[in-house]
Design a protein around this ligand. Structure first.
Ligand code: URA
Length: 228
C-alpha cells in the first residue's frame, strides 16, 4: 500500500461511518446546512467538491429525496440542477406541482464517482453503498424533522431504502401512499417512483416518463386533498 493509500485507509475504512456526531444539537435548516458543510461522517467528502445539502422552503408540504448529488450538483452546490433535475421539474409541473414550492434533498449529501478506466478527468457517477447511505441518514432525518412535510416523494431505490428499509423495491412500491413512521410516531406519507436518471436511460423513455408523472400525480392529489 502506498503511503497515500495507507493514509486514506487510516482515515476512512477502519472507522465507523456516521454523520451523527456532526449534526448540531440545535438550530434550524441554516444551522444544519452550515454543519453539513464540514461533515466527515464517511469518506465521500474526500473527493467531492463539497456537501450538497437540501434546498427549498423550510415549511414545504412536499419533500423530494433523490440518491446523491451528480456532477453538476457537486459543482453548483445545489440538488437536482443537472439533467435529472430538469426532467424532474418538467414531470412535477405536468403533475401540477411547482418544484420551487418543494424541499429537495438527497439520501447522500456528497457526490460519489469514479474516473474512466483508461484515465481522464470525467467523473462517472457511482451509486453510494449501504454504509454510506446509513451514515448520511441522520442528515435526512433532521431535514424531515425540521421541514415536517405532509408528503415525501422518494426518487429511486437508494432514497426508498434509506427511508423505508432494505425490503423496499421501486417496482413493487411505486405510486402508492405509504405511511412513514418516524421516531416511533406517525410521520408523513411517502410516494415512491423511479429515479429521473433511470427515466433518462430507459429504452422506452416516453413510457418511463409517463409513469413518473403518474406517480407524482399521486403525491399532487394527496396534497390537494389536504390543501389548507
Ligand atoms: N440525482 C440525484 O439523485 N440527486 C441530484 O441532486 C441529482 C441527480
Amino acid at each position: 500500500m502506498s503511503p497515500t493509500a495507507h493514509a486514506r485507509h487510516e482515515r476512512s475504512d477502519d472507522r465507523t461511518y456516521d454523520a451523527g456526531p456532526y449534526l448540531p444539537s440545535r438550530g434550524g435548516l441554516p444551522a444544519h446546512r452550515r454543519a453539513a458543510a464540514d461533515c466527515r461522517g464517511c469518506p465521500l467528502w474526500e473527493d467531492a467538491r463539497g456537501t450538497v445539502f437540501g434546498k427549498g422552503d423550510a415549511s414545504a408540504r412536499l419533500l423530494l429525496v433523490g440518491e446523491q448529488p451528480g456532477d453538476q450538483e457537486d459543482r453548483q452546490g445545489e440538488p437536482f440542477v443537472g439533467p435529472a433535475g430538469r426532467l424532474l421539474r418538467r414531470a412535477l409541473e405536468q403533475a401540477g406541482i411547482d418544484m420551487d414550492t418543494a424541499y429537495v434533498t438527497n439520501a447522500v449529501k456528497h457526490f460519489k464517482f469514479t474516473r474512466p478506466p483508461g484515465g481522464g478527468r470525467r467523473r462517472i457517477h457511482k451509486a453510494p453503498d449501504l454504509r454510506e447511505v446509513a451514515a448520511c441518514r441522520p442528515w435526512l432525518l433532521a431535514e424531515l424533522r425540521l421541514v415536517r412535510p405532509e408528503i415525501v416523494v422518494v426518487l429511486g431505490a437508494t432514497a426508498g431504502r434509506a427511508l423505508l428499509g432494505p425490503a423496499f423495491r421501486v417496482t413493487k412500491d411505486r405510486g402508492a401512499l405509504l405511511p412513514l413512521p418516524l421516531d416511533g410516531g406517525p410521520g408523513p406519507y411517502v410516494v415512491a417512483t423511479p429515479h429521473p436518471s433511470a427515466v433518462l436511460r430507459a429504452d422506452d423513455r416516453e413510457g418511463a416518463y409517463a409513469g413518473l408523472v403518474s406517480d407524482l400525480k399521486v403525491a399532487a392529489d394527496a396534497l390537494a386533498k389536504t390543501e389548507p
